[in-house]
Design a binder for this molecule. Structure first.
Ligand code: FEO
Length: 396
């Protein structure tokens, strides 16, 4: 599939995997994008998950027949993109791998010795294919230390690796102008929160670095190729990586027998009562973590609650706390709540946790013993009100 003169999309859709990285739910699949630039030299930009190698090879052959490939540009070594390197080398024994010093350390670790023909590039280095010249920019931690992006100045095309990518398989078309992109924007937020949420500062650094480039087309490794929507894709990544949030509240709770759930409902009701409209409630035993994280990245307020369990906090809530600690979500307004039956631990656990996270504590934490009493529910409602008022007052 040609996306521009002599640039072919040779990627594949994965509609089989349940969880990306073994972690993140894929309700509408994911694409592994790779591109083939056909010039005096032929360059392949990235590969695909090795499970899809046969289809990938067919796509390459449909584009260039038996013509050899001169270069494999390795923007990113995570195996959803590098997984087919060994097989590509077998089918194209004269192919020269192009990457930076860290890329080749990982090539060696994952796939064995690089060859002496491989091309080691540094930041700003160029490689001419004939009519087109590739420029390589290092973009560490976007999403691994070796990550780089590849830019074609003649046409303003950025092969961006994971950056500006999203979950969601491609339904026929590849270019944003040839599809309804509506499903991909929430999938971009969910992808960012899940995969890149720890690396907001490096994303900001890369955005500053790439800001000087004239970018007219973004070919990411996941999701549509952006042309008309280049500004929206860049703005979405800028917003998510800068910590910019909307006024809204995410109530996240775990509950065994419904007591914590009743207080969670009271927190949401209290927030609604004073006029906050954007409120999302997640039962952490049911909601998929990536959807929860995407909502936390979207909204400025967070309420977390769970029962005491085995002398600590209920496991699904503990899991959320760990996931949040590994991401840049410290600017949030936080309220919390939790019950116990004979020895209090849940609320203390969240209090200790926030000493590290340093989110802005709002309202009085709500704790109760055994059943969720009318008093606990009233205090939950007061906590919701306090959170909503603080959220709505922000920036006034
Ligand atoms: Fe799509 Fe970080 O790999």
């Amino acid at each position: 599939m040609q996306i521009k003169e002599n640039i072919h999309y040779v990627g594949v859709n994965d509609r089989v995997k349940h969880r990306f990285e073994g972690l993140w739910f894929l309700p509408i699949g994911v694409s592994y994008n790779a591109y083939l630039l056909v010039d005096e030299k032929v360059a392949l930009v990235d590969t695909v998950d090795v499970a899809f190698f046969a289809e990938f090879l067919d796509n390459i052959r449909a584009a260039i027949g038996d013509r050899p490939i001169d270069y494999l540009i390795i923007n990113h070594m995570e195996p959803d993109h590098s997984g087919s390197i060994s097989l590509i080398r077998k089918y194209y024994p004269n192919i020269r791998l192009v990457g930076n010093k860290k890329t080749f350390e990982m090539v060696q670790g994952f796939y064995g010795e690089p060859t002496e023909d491989d091309v080691v590039v540094t930041d700003g280095a160029t490689l001419s294919l004939g009519q087109r010249t590739l420029t390589f920019y290092l973009a560490p931690m976007l999403h691994w230390p070796e990550t780089m992006v590849t830019y074609v100045a003649e046409e303003g095309i950025l092969f961006s690796g994971d950056a500006f990518g999203c979950f969601g398989a491609l339904n026929g078309a590849v270019l944003d102008t040839q599809m309804d992109t509506t499903p991909y924007w929430p999938e971009m937020e969910r992808y960012f929160a899940s995969i890149l949420g720890k690396f907001c500062a490096p994303v900001q650094t890369a955005l500053r670095k790439l800001g000087a480039l004239d970018i007219r087309m973004i070919c990411a490794t996941h999701g549509p190729v952006w042309t008309e929507e280049v500004p929206k894709a860049i703005e979405t990544y800028r917003r998510l990586s800068s910590g910019q949030t909307e006024k809204g509240l995410v109530v996240c709770y775990g509950s065994m027998y419904g007591n914590t759930q009743r207080v969670a409902e009271a927190v949401a009701a209290g927030a609604a009562e004073v006029g906050l409209k954007k409120i999302v409630v997640h039962n952490l035993s049911v909601s998929q973590p990536s959807f929860v994280l995407a909502d936390v990245f979207r909204y400025s307020g967070l309420a977390i609650g769970g029962p005491t369990y085995n002398g600590g906090i209920f496991p699904v809530v503990e899991d959320l706390l760990k996931r949040l600690a590994g991401r840049e979500v410290k600017a949030h307004k936080l309220g919390y709540f939790g019950g116990f039956t004979w020895a209090s631990a849940a609320v203390k656990t969240i209090a200790a946790y926030n000493e590290q996270m340093k989110m802005t504590l709002v309202g009085d934490p709500v704790e109760w013993k055994q059943g969720a009493s009318h008093d606990a529910i009233a205090r939950g409602r007061a906590l919701g009100k306090a959170l909503a008022e603080a959220i709505m007052a922000d920036g006034e």
